[in-house]
Write a protein that binds this ligand. Structure first.
Ligand SMILES: Cc1cc2nc3c(=O)[nH]c(=O)nc-3n(C[C@H](O)[C@H](O)[C@H](O)COP(=O)(O)OP(=O)(O)OC[C@H]3O[C@@H](n4cnc5c(N)ncnc54)[C@H](O)[C@@H]3O)c2cc1C
Length: 334
């Protein structure tokens, strides 16, 4: 099977990996545009904190994530998956009561004893992060070394008849130049900081060995280095970083800690998450374009769910799976 993958962010990386695993002749083209994957924190979490429930098919998605990252590590000889527990601030007694009720249904959390007047936390297992800023360039280099990568903008009005199948992994760029019938894909804008602490003698109170979630979050990525994020904004799509958002994130962290964090911003980045209106991924045949498939909508929990859906898309292409209704691109036709 000859497969062309357009775009090599998270989606194109995961799909091209599956295609090569299956022995297909796979070629990847990427334009080098600003991508969501290049700024993403790469976190995954089997719990949703809003309603304190396990996320969609958590164990199956985690299993696929682990198997995929193990394989990338074997091929590229580098670690990408970093399991970490998540310490979640329990805002009040009512939330703690819901947390304790849900422990019976969720293997990832255990009960806490809520103490009035103190900061209370629950712990989540099964979380962590994937280092996308290392994985994506290393995979590109690997593809390039075997003559499977090309850096250029693919014009989707071009015919691509020399390929058996085209898989469109262009993220939000798919909106601007639809390859088939336009789909309802939305942009959610996020700002994220990389923050550091330069003194060995006075340790920062920000945890180095877990993800701290206080509505916003800190993710340790190296000694004395964290990501601090993130914002979520609709109806705005520029890439200008705003000092107000940086101040807001720092303030949120300072009010969480008992002593000053002593962290300075090293990098302030902005990205646009590709999100579908029902927050499910978009995985299946491209409406109105025979031979084309879509792998998109990874802006909601993309790191966790992406590996399983990359496999499912390959199953669809092979004819081993129907397109599941939940992820069918047809549901998003305008
Ligand atoms: C601030 C921020 C934090 C995030 N944190 C997390 C997180 O912690 N966990 C999580 O699961 N998700 C997170 N996300 C979401 C996640 O980053 C995205 O869902 C995911 O990276 C999207 O990947 P993608 O490959 O679909 O799109 P993109 O990463 O945007 O990649 C699209 C690629 O297509 C290429 N392209 C576009 N048009 C063309 C063309 N015509 N020809 C050739 N190539 C083309 C571009 O160059 C680009 O490389 C975050 C996002 C943001 C913005």
């Amino acid at each position: 099977m000859r497969v062309l993958v357009i775009g090599q962010g998270l989606a194109g990386t995961l799909f091209s990996h599956v295609a090569l695993q299956r022995g297909w002749d796979c070629h990847v083209i990427d334009a080098g545009l600003p991508s969501a994957s290049s700024v993403a924190a790469g976190m995954f979490n089997p719990m949703s904190f809003r309603r304190v429930v396990e996320v969609w098919d958590a164990q199956a998605h985690l299993d696929a994530l682990k198997a995929t990252m193990d394989d990338f590590s074997a091929i590229l000889d580098a670690p990408f998956l970093h399991p970490l527990s998540i310490r979640k601030r329990l805002a009040n007694a009512d939330y703690a009561a819901i947390w304790n009720e849900k422990c019976a249904d969720c293997p990832w959390i255990s009960p806490v004893q809520f103490q009035d007047g103190e900061a209370n936390y629950g712990t989540v297992t099964g979380g962590g992060w994937v280092n996308l800023q290392s994985l994506i360039p290393l995979w590109r280099e690997h593809l390039n070394d075997s003559g499977r990568f090309e850096k250029r903008t693919f014009d989707v009005s071009e015919s691509a008849t020399e390929w058996d199948v085209v898989v469109d992994c262009r993220g939000l760029a798919m909106r601007d130049a639809p390859a088939g019938i336009p789909l309802d894909l939305r942009a959610n804008r996020g700002e994220i900081l990389t923050v550091g602490h330069d003194s060995e003698s006075h340790a920062s109170p920000v945890p180095q060995d877990l993800i701290l979630n206080f509505g916003k979050w800190t993710l340790p990525i190296a000694p004395n280095l964290w990501r601090l994020g993130a914002s979520y904004e609709w109806h705005r799509e520029d890439f200008a970083s705003t000092p107000e958002t940086a101040a807001f994130l720092h303030d949120a962290l300072e009010s969480e800690l008992e002593s000053p964090s002593k962290l300075k911003t090293i990098l302030h980045q902005v990205g646009l998450r590709p999100v579908s209106r029902d927050r499910r991924p978009i995985v299946g045949p491209m409406p109105g374009r025979p031979g084309w498939f879509v792998f998109n909508g990874l802006g909601t929990r993309g790191v966790l769910i992406g590996p399983k859906w990359a496999q499912n898309l390959a199953d669809q292409i092979e004819g081993a799976s129907e397109t599941p209704v939940l992820v069918d691109p047809n549901r998003l036709k305008f």
